[in-house]
Design a protein around this ligand. Structure first.
Ligand SMILES: NC(=O)c1ccc[n+]([C@@H]2O[C@H](COP(=O)([O-])OP(=O)(O)OC[C@H]3O[C@@H](n4cnc5c(N)ncnc54)[C@H](O)[C@@H]3O)[C@@H](O)[C@H]2O)c1
Length: 404
């Protein structure tokens, strides 16, 4: 019998998402009767109230010491780590994030087996689960909400003020979009979420070559990924594997789209070795047409170089003066101001839907692995165990081991 504990999120402000919803817990308890037990720490901030868990047959426990496995979402507070237990959460330690070094030291000292959701991958490295789809959904919604507000054409209720995604989508019925042109970038979960919103609005998809030269009398989007976005500097070719391994040998082909699109919805994977979509200096060009950037990828000074830092769910958009690259008030119907949406915790705007989606993947892909004697998937995603880093994560040694 495996006893699973759902931890109370400890960050401030607290994350309201959870790894398994009450209904999912009830299903799991029934399906895995005699094999899996689930308890939860009481929480006043979780998006599903304690009463719903109790009704689903999940006992509330103030202390998770008797659990075998603990599921959280965000970084667990050091004082909440229980020695020698298995913890699942998004640790944000894989890139040696300095702010999580004390947490990493504590995981080692307390001999916790830490399994990072982000490291749960198939053999080829593709990720098994994540909240990206909801980041794309909410980010695209925010992008269009910003367009409506900036142009004074329509207004939308923000996702976080809606009961759930259904309520958010229902608003679209009453709004007819003008012939706006949207460039969508990326190929992963975030982009899948953006495309879901494009479909809900019935926005027509067009080929990149047509998007560059044509105007339409209805709203359109074009999807830019892979060979449509990058080319090898020497050969002009694109190979996915080669690009992933040698991104510095590639250049980005996005610049012409800055002159053809009204809105950018950015969902690419990006790190410092990957070329940016454009440079800061490009935005002052009078031909630069994009007026709204929903930077869902959201790296400060990253693929969208006029991302001047993350914004918040409460205040999601800032303006950027095209000439000075300084922050100004958003939603001004002014051709010299580009509005940037740079919220970095978008799935939190729809926590119930996002948790449900995440929980479905936990049930389908992770619970069966937990019940196995040995799981390659869980082994690959284990960053540390028994007070040591696992072999694939030894590159974290200078970061993870406390200096004696
Ligand atoms: N703003 C937010 O709230 C929020 C939330 C979730 C994700 N994000 C960000 O959005 C971005 C995309 O996330 P996702 O969930 O779609 O990711 P994903 O893992 O689902 O997809 C990433 C895509 O990028 C490609 N890729 C993977 N490794 C690559 C590499 N080394 N070089 C180039 N391409 C690579 C993959 O082929 C895949 O198609 C990430 O940067 C993520 O941090 C933001």
């Amino acid at each position: 019998m495996i006893k699973i504990g759902l931890i109370r999120e400890g960050k401030t402000p607290p994350d309201t998402r959870v790894a398994l919803t009450p209904t999912q817990c009830a299903d799991v308890l029934q399906f895995y009767s005699g094999q899996i037990e689930i308890v939860a720490e009481p929480s006043v901030t979780r998006c599903f109230p304690d009463a719903e868990y109790i009704k689903a047959g999940v006992n509330m426990q103030d202390n998770l010491e008797d659990c075998d496995v603990i599921f959280g979402i965000k970084e667990v507070k050091i004082e909440h780590l229980i020695p020698n237990k298995i913890f699942f959460f998004f640790s944000h330690t894989k890139k040696k994030q300095p702010y999580n070094q004390p947490l990493m030291h504590a995981l080692i000292e307390k001999k916790v087996r830490m399994i990072d959701y982000e490291a749960l991958t198939y053999e080829d490295g593709a990720r098994i689960l994540g909240f990206g789809v909801f980041a794309g959904v909410v980010g695209a919604h925010n992008g269009l909400m910003t367009y409506g507000k900036k142009t004074r054409m329509f207004s939308l209720i923000p996702a976080h003020a809606c009961k759930d995604m259904d309520e958010m989508l229902k608003q679209y019925r009453y709004v007819k979009l003008p012939p706006v042109k949207i460039a969508v970038t990326g190929s992963g979960r975030v982009t899948a979420g953006i495309l879901e919103i494009m479909h809900h609005w019935d926005i027509e998809s067009v080929e990149p070559e047509d998007f560059l030269v044509k105007e339409y009398d209805y709203p359109v989007y074009t999807l830019l990924k892979g060979a449509a976005l990058y080319e090898n500097k020497n050969t002009g070719a694109y190979s996915r594997d080669d690009f992933h391994h040698n991104p510095e040998q590639y250049q980005c082909k996005f610049l012409p789209f800055t002159k053809a699109a009204d809105i950018l919805m950015n969902g690419i994977y990006w790190d410092k070795s990957i070329p940016r979509l454009f440079e800061k200096s490009d935005v002052a060009n009078p031909e630069f047409r994009i007026k709204i950037m929903a930077d869902i990828t959201c790296d400060e000074d990253g693929s969208v170089p006029i991302n001047l830092g993350s914004s918040t769910i409460a205040d999601p958009v800032y303006g950027i003066d095209r000439n000075t690259i300084e922050k100004v008030a958003p939603f001004q119907n002014d051709k010299d101001i580009i509005d940037v949406m740079a919220v970095d915790n978008l799935p939190n705007e729809l926590p119930r839907d996002a948790s449900e989606h995440f929980g479905e993947h936990i049930i389908k892909y992770i619970l069966p692995e937990l019940l196995k004697e040995k799981s390659d998937i869980l082994d690959r995603a284990t960053i540390c165990k028994d007070g040591k880093l696992t072999t694939p994560f030894e590159y974290l040694s200078d970061y993870a081991y406390p200096v004696k």
